[in-house]
Design a protein around this ligand. Structure first.
Ligand SMILES: [Fe+2]
Ligand SMILES: [Fe+2]
Length: 388
């Protein structure tokens, strides 16, 4: 069923702001030292919280303060995840506005799957819930939530459907989309063992959303332009969500509180659901040539039609091989196992995730202060160790 016509970007706004504990009163400062910087920028002091949130935090810290407060490592993990979710929310919000409000982009996404626009809207809703929950949880335990509002300065798409005057945290106009997950999840190697994987499509310095109104995909001369952007988006959705799947899994062995473990496992599970949905849709991206006949998006390795000879003839790299192929896990001496990969702190932790997002071009135009703030959050999260 395709229900996107009944939804609007306004649905997302209603989900966000009324329940959000995030205030918008912070200003970036000029001189920046290391850790104390976190206290001045981005981590909201309890004095700036809404009255209700402050009351909640104080009541928790009154009777059972020592029992309810979290370990330093757990707080660092939750604060990095809150920041990551705010960034996810920002990019997904941009995709939602265009996929619900721009006819050419919506039509091109529907080439990958008729439900793509409503799936984009649902993914965005989930990200809002992640950022809001993580910050509210931090407050409920008497810890500071995260705000990236001081860094919300990047311009919006000027295409129909976009909230053109809104300021953004992320840039979707010059993406370098790492498509190595396609082969990584279809082969037996694992980055945690040093294995590397080729790109299935080379997507460098490309847009995931239109910046101006383009012809429909059916336009015989220029329809390929919006279809290429939709193909990029389909792969970018997957790249973002597989990164989230690895990131959350990497934290499972580092948290101390069982309740935080439950949070990380449960939100991480939805990142995996997003990833799996998107990797199925990305495989439907059509091959494209430009008006000069140059191939600008290759034919993906589609599987042959099924036969009834009792044998699956799909090659390992076929688009229909979407279940995670068994791979090396824990030790190469153990049997191959179908798992999320990578999950090591080095390959999938906060620093790795931040490096991936940066290399993706998502922060193009962002300030050095933003990059330093995120790097400090990542460093503190990666320093977290499980306490007995
Ligand atoms: Fe999320
Ligand atoms: Fe996500």
């Amino acid at each position: 069923m395709n229900a996107q016509k009944e939804q609007s970007p306004g649905d997302i706004d209603q989900l966000n702001h009324p329940a959000s504990p995030i205030t918008r009163q912070l200003n970036p400062s000029g001189q920046i030292s290391r850790r104390p910087f976190l206290k001045r920028l981005g981590l909201i002091g309890l004095a700036t919280l809404p009255a209700g949130a402050l009351l909640s935090a104080q009541s928790k810290s009154g009777n059972d303060r020592d029992d309810s407060r979290l370990s330093k490592g757990d707080v660092a993990i939750l604060q990095f995840l809150a920041a990551a979710e705010i960034l996810e929310t920002d990019l997904w919000q941009q995709y939602t506005e265009l996929s619900l409000g721009n006819e050419a982009f919506q039509t091109a996404l529907e080439v990958l799957d008729g439900d793509m626009p409503t799936y984009v809207n649902q993914n965005t809703r989930d990200e809002f819930s992640h950022q809001n929950f993580l910050n509210a949880y931090l407050i409920s335990k008497g810890h500071r939530p995260v705000s990236l509002e001081p860094f919300r300065k990047l311009p919006s798409s000027q295409a129909t459907g976009s909230n053109k005057t809104a300021k953004r945290l992320t840039n979707l106009m010059h993406l370098n989309v790492d498509t190595s997950w396609f082969l990584r999840y279809r082969l037996s190697g694992n980055p945690d063992f040093g294995d590397t994987f080729a790109q299935i499509v080379d997507l460098n310095n490309v847009a995931g959303i239109p910046n101006s109104d383009l012809p429909l995909p059916s336009d015989p001369a220029n329809g390929y332009k919006i279809q290429f952007i939709a193909n990029v988006a389909g792969f970018h959705f997957t790249t973002v969500e597989q990164g989230g799947s690895s990131l959350y899994t990497s934290f499972l062995t580092k948290v101390t509180s069982l309740e935080v473990l439950r949070i990380v496992a449960s939100i991480g599970g939805t990142e995996i659901m997003h990833f799996q949905t998107w990797q199925d849709k990305a495989g439907n991206a059509p091959a494209l040539t430009d008006s000069a006949g140059n191939v600008i998006f290759p034919e993906l390795p589609h599987a042959p039609d099924a036969t009834l000879d009792g044998i699956d003839h799909s090659p390992p790299n076929a688009t229909n091989q979407i279940m995670p192929a068994p791979c090396k896990f824990i030790s190469s001496g153990l049997p191959l196992c179908s798992v999320i990969r990578p999950t090591s702190a080095k390959q999938a932790g906060a620093g790795a995730a931040l490096a991936g997002l940066t290399a993706m071009g998502l922060f193009r135009g962002q300030s050095d202060a933003f990059l330093r703030f995120m790097a400090e959050l990542a460093e503190e999260a990666d320093e977290a160790r499980r306490q007995s």
